[in-house]
Design a protein around this ligand. Structure first.
Ligand code: FAD
Ligand code: SF4
Length: 330
């Protein structure tokens, strides 16, 4: 590992000033992704600015009735928070579905949103990879891609975003707030992750050197009846091969409101707007749920070895929405 300097930031503006425009400096959250990438040589920063002592570790109500989640709140504290569990249960479930207890106690909300893909070519510095070395190629397209994207990919990169938390945040219209050199800013999560196109190395709308300060969740009554279901190759300690965050409000047998987001299918959490439009106002039955899934998955462009994800996601949508509707009827 390359030698690096270490500094602790004590306030937000100071942290941003410390990072400055230096492309060789990184913020250090829990370090559970960054330090791994430094060990493998994917990241080689000359300096780390530790942000864990910043006053960004609270979960608080917002004036509009939503919640404000600080960027250094740990994944463990987020999943355990009573208001998250009561009002956005799919978010608590998504976080608990990730990593292990020890990792969740270190990992932070900001770091989780910015963690990098687990594509094996990206993490192996001996291999070409357009995301790591722009213009070097994408060996996954002809090679190992069984857990790569079926939606929104390009001929330049087919990697998926690994975060479970981000999938639930996408379903509930979260907004990412940051502090850049020229002051504070924000981006809806829906726009935070950039389209892959021919620039897979440009991943987010975060301005260079900006610090994520917090994430806000608007009030969403539908989220109180929500669920996160993750499919993975091992029962624990594994990233998703497909996942779903879903919320459903059913009255008199008709869907009043619905939220759906898919995980492990694209370079970003995939908000399933086409599926939601099919659901709202339609009878709450398996036929509607399947039609909703099909409407979203019509855009899927699977590779030779990941076509199973289309059926996996379709089955998840039908199963989870059926369960949520049955619970509502009790
Ligand atoms: C074995 C293992 C299994 C895992 N399984 C899962 C899983 O199943 N699901 C899942 O979702 N995750 C999983 N994770 C990922 C884990 O949740 C992430 O590593 C973690 O959330 C990253 O948070 P961190 O605070 O440690 O980030 P760090 O490693 O500290 O930082 C990650 C990146 O974000 C930047 N950064 C951090 N905070 C900020 C900020 N506030 N503003 C701007 N930039 C910032 C850093 O500079 C770095 O580039 C797993 C990790 C491991 C090691
Ligand atoms: S899928 Fe993306 S991250 Fe993986 S090798 Fe191709 S360019 Fe790199």
């Amino acid at each position: 590992m390359r030698e690096f300097d270490y500094q602790r930031a004590s306030d937000v503006a100071g942290a941003v000033a410390l990072l400055g425009a230096d492309p060789d400096t990184r913020f250090l959250g829990g370090g559970t992704n960054l330090v791994d990438l430094m060990k493998s040589g994917v990241e080689r920063p000359a300096r780390l600015v530790d942000i864990r002592e910043l006053p960004l570790d609270e979960i608080e109500p917002t004036p509009d009735g939503g919640l404000r989640i600080g960027a250094t709140v740990t994944n463990g504290d987020l999943a355990a928070h009573p208001e998250i569990r009561r009002r956005y249960p799919a978010l608590a479930q998504a976080v608990l579905a990730g990593a292990s207890g020890q990792l969740r106690n270190m990992a932070t909300v900001g770091g989780n949103l910015l963690q990098r893909t687990r594509c094996g070519y990206f993490t192996d510095v001996t291999k070409p990879c357009n995301k790591r070395v722009p213009g070097s190629g994408c060996p996954a397209i002809e090679g190992e891609h069984h857990n790569h994207a079926i939606l929104g990919a390009s001929g330049h990169c087919v990697a998926v975003h690994p975060s479970d938390m981000a999938v639930a945040l996408a379903a509930f219209d979260a907004v990412v707030h940051f502090h850049a050199a020229d002051g504070p800013g924000q981006s809806p999560l829906a726009d935070f992750y950039l389209p892959v196109g021919d620039t897979p190395h440009r991943e987010t709308a975060l301005p260079p050197g900006a610090l994520i300060t917090h994430v806000t969740l608007p009030p969403a009554p539908v989220a109180a009846r929500s669920r996160y279901r993750k499919v993975r190759e091992r029962a624990s300690y594994a990233f998703a091969i497909g996942s779903l965050a879903a919320a459903l409000d059913v009255r008199d047998g008709v869907v009043q409101d619905a939220r759906l987001a898919f995980g492990a299918v694209a370079s970003r959490p995939w908000r399933a707007g086409a599926a939601e439009r099919v659901l709202i106002g339609a009878p709450a039955d398996a036929g509607t749920y399947a039609a909703a899934a099909d409407a979203e998955l019509a855009a899927a462009r699977p590779l030779p070895h990941n076509g199973y994800k289309v059926e996996l996601i379709r089955n998840l949508v039908v199963a989870v929405l059926s369960e949520l509707a049955e619970e509502a009827a009790r």
